[in-house]
Every structure is written in C-alpha cells, then in structure tokens.
Design a protein around this ligand. Structure first.
Ligand code: FAD
Length: 417
C-alpha cells in the first residue's frame, strides 16, 4: 500500500454508465463539490462500454433517447438539435427514437466536461474495501483511499461465459469471446471464414457487421431467433409497484434472482437488428447453422468444429457471443465475498437495502457502501444494468447522501457506521 488520500467524500468505483451518471447526479444536485469526488477506473470514463459497442458493431442504442447519463430526460435530444445531429436519432416502430452510439457518447463526454468529471478520475483498480467506523478504506492499485462513502458501479467486470467445448481453446489464437478485451473485429482478415456462436443481439450485430465480399460468415444459433424491442417489459422501467414483487421476497435470495431472470428477455434482439440479419441471410452473406457445436479442435491456426447434427466446419476465427457471466462474479465482488464483513446471499448476491442500495453488513447494520448497476438487480429488477437503471439507482443513492449529509451539517449525531 502506498500513500493515503483522506480528503474524499465520495469515491465511485467504476467510471462506466453507472459511475458517470452517479457523478453527474451528485454534482448537479450540489450534494458534493468536484474536489470531494473521486472516480476509480483503470480503463477511463465510459471506455469499457465504448469498447464493447465497437467490438459487437453496435451503432445504435436499443433504448430511447431519454435514456442517457444525465438527469434531464431531454438533454440528449436538445444536444442533438443544437448541433444539427437530429438524423442520429433513429426512428423505431415502437416508442421513442434511439440515439446512435456516437451521439450517446458525445453527449456523455459533453456532460462530463460540464461538470469537470475527468478531473476526478484516478487510473486505478479497487482491490479491497473496508468499512471502518465512520469511513471506508479503499485499497487500489495506486494506494489506499479513505472516503466517507463508496459507490460501487463495476458492471460485469471481466465476467463472461464461454461454451463448455471452448474452455480448452480459450487461450488459442482462433477462438475468442466478443467481450475479451483483446478482441478487435477490425483485425479479422478480409477473406477469412468466421464462425459466430450465439443467437441474441450481440451475435446478430457482430455477424452483420462482419459481412463483406470475400469473407464467409457462419452463425451458429441453436434456437429460433426471438424478437423483443427491449430487454424486459416496460412495466419494470417505472420501478414502482412491480418492484414490490421483488421486495416482498427475502433480499439476495434465489426467489428474487429467479424473478429477475424470468422478467429479462435475454437472448433476444430488437426488430431493427432482426431485419438486418434477415436481409444478410437472404442475400447469403451469412450462413445459418441451426445446430450446436459439440466439439472444437485447433488445427494449425484454424479451428475445426463438429455440430450435433453431424456437420463440420473449418474456421479461421470463432467468436463466442455467448453472454456475460454472473453479475456477482467480478474480481472485486469475489474478493469482498471472501474477505469482508459485507453480507451476501444466493450465488454471492449482495444484500442491499431496498430503499437506499446500501450494502448491509453481516451484523445487520448498513455499510457506507452502496451499489449501482447489474449487481443491484435484486432491488431494481431487470433494467438495473441499463441506463434507466442507473437513473433509478442515482435517485436512491442521491436521496441517501442528501439525508446523511444534511444530518451531518445540522450536527445530528448517529451511531457511527
Ligand atoms: C453492447 C452493449 C449494448 C448495450 N446497449 C444498451 C442500450 O442500448 N441501452 C441500455 O440502457 N443499456 C444498454 N446496455 C446495458 C448497459 O447500459 C451497459 O452494459 C452499461 O455499460 C452498464 O454500465 P456499468 O457502468 O454498470 O458497467 P460498465 O460500462 O461495464 O462500467 C463498469 C466500469 O467499472 C470499471 N471497474 C470494474 N471493476 C473495477 C475495479 N475493481 N476498480 C475500478 N474500476 C472497476 C470497469 O473498468 C468499467 O469501466 C448495453 C450493454 C452492452 C454490452
């Protein structure tokens, strides 16, 4: 451990959509000053999400323009209008227009500039967190930070899933996962034969992005495609009423986890992606293999796959678009599960307070650590990971800090936590 910084009021671990939104919200509400805030992220603000969008060829968002990292729903639309970029708000058959990825990120960058958020960024990974009496000590790759509050917004981290048959091939050159930090679709040879495994939005976007004359694309999708505009019913976007269904079950429980899993339309794709895929299939730019790979063998820089239906393929590259791993399995959460006094439940889910998202300690008292993002899905439901989920988490966490900071200003004392 090197030096210790003791001035921070709020430390946000993770500078993705959730971390940036929390920062914007707290600064905009004047709850904290920019010099009292620190964001830790070794990849830079929003960089990890930007990379994922590039890696799967996502040029348009699935969610409407009112979902962005700011707090005023119309801020992104006004940003587009003021810059003559209305054509980057793409129409949909259902609901509001959706922003292009470049518009979304430019707007986010503009907001970060407005609030000086880049200046709060420390290029460091949090490796351990301890909730002491009245403060939180965050051990990082750049030393130890002492902060009054710690907000965790770490996303899935590097947790993503490979199919069973790919496990031994993971470190070989031809087999990769779309979310591997080293995967770059632009380095795939123009004349190569590329296999993509998966049947959801990521696989479909990647396959259609990679089509070009001279390149063969095989899409391995074992189940029929399912089309859904969003990732769950819009009822879950209102975070009232319906989330009571979750809250009536024990926190961090199997019952809550199953309810969220049932509510999520995982493995689906929105209509505009499906249309593009259908077009590419019709024009034979993509070959569809409706079977499941059972065996894959590396052979001199290529990979040979055999499917359940007996068909075989020799591929120069095989990219798995088979989803994320557990939402509670990023490195930091795994460490905290083993080493801290924070309470966890089913499959390592954090036990969070439903009203404030504070992580509860094993003795039943709330810690000074709150959680935003996919790991808060047992409180917020299937949209917890999404941009709209960041907004809801932001409301709850800002409400918590507002009351705690006000109490402190008034000198109201409370047993130290
Ligand atoms: C391709 C794709 C498209 C999507 N499209 C949409 C959409 O259209 N609409 C929508 O609402 N949602 C969408 N989502 C879902 C969601 O909005 C994104 O996943 C979003 O990136 C989640 O934000 P996050 O901040 O939780 O996680 P991330 O963006 O993953 O950010 C987490 C950050 O935490 C950092 N971090 C992790 N561990 C540590 C640590 N120990 N110390 C310090 N930093 C750490 C990481 O480096 C990372 O920068 C999409 C997701 C993907 C993958």
């Amino acid at each position: 451990m090197t030096e210790t910084n003791t001035d921070t009021l709020v430390t946000i671990v993770g500078g993705g959509v959730h971390g940036v939104h929390l920062a914007v919200r707290l600064l905009q509400a004047d709850l904290i000053d920019v010099c009292e805030l620190q964001i830790l992220d070794p990849t830079g603000l929003l960089e990890s999400f930007r990379r994922k969008c590039r890696q799967c060829g996502m040029v348009e968002f699935r969610s409407p323009f009112v979902h962005h990292v700011g707090t005023d729903p119309f801020s992104l639309r006004d940003f587009a209008r003021e810059r003559g970029r209305e054509d980057e708000l793409r129409s949909t058959t259902v609901g509001a227009e959706r922003p292009t990825a470049s518009l979304f990120f430019d707007h986010a960058e503009w907001l970060c500039d407005q609030y000086g958020i880049e200046s709060t960024l420390l290029d460091a990974r949090a490796t351990d967190i301890k909730n002491n009496q009245g403060n939180v000590e965050i051990e990082t790759t750049q030393g130890c930070i002492s902060s009054q509050w710690c907000l965790l917004a770490v996303g899935h981290g590097r947790s993503f899933t490979y199919p069973e048959w790919a496990r031994e091939l993971v470190s070989t050159e031809p087999v990769t996962h779309v979310w591997e930090p080293t995967f770059d679709p632009n380095t795939i040879d123009e004349t190569s034969t590329v296999g993509i495994v998966g049947g959801g939005i990521t696989a479909a976007q990647l396959a259609t992005m990679l089509t070009q004359p001279g390149r063969d694309i095989v899409l391995f999708a074992r189940s029929p495609f399912r089309v859904e505009t969003l990732e769950a019913s819009t009822d879950w976007m209102h975070f009232s009423g319906i989330t009571e269904k979750l809250h009536s079950r024990p926190p961090a429980s199997r019952a809550r986890e199953e309810l969220v899993a049932e509510a999520r339309y995982d493995g689906t794709m929105p209509p505009y992606v499906f249309r593009r895929l259908q077009r590419a299939l019709k024009q034979e730019q993509i070959e569809l293999e409706r079977s499941e790979i059972t065996v894959a063998t590396e052979a001199g820089g290529t990979v040979v796959t055999t499917c359940r239906d007996g068909s075989a393929f020799c591929l120069d590259k095989l990219v798995c678009a088979t989803g994320f791993g557990s939402q509670y399995d990023n490195e930091l959460f795994r460490h905290l599960r083993r080493e801290s006094t924070l309470q966890t439940g089913y499959r390592g889910a954090p036990v969070l307070d439903d009203d404030t998202l504070r992580w509860m300690r094993q003795d039943g008292t709330p810690s000074r650590i709150a959680v935003s993002g996919v790991a808060a899905q047992q409180v917020l439901g299937p949209f917890a990971r999404n941009v709209i989920g960041a907004r809801r988490a932001g409301e709850l966490i800002a409400g918590l800090l507002e009351s705690e900071l006000k109490m402190k200003q008034r000198g109201v004392s409370r047993p130290e936590i």
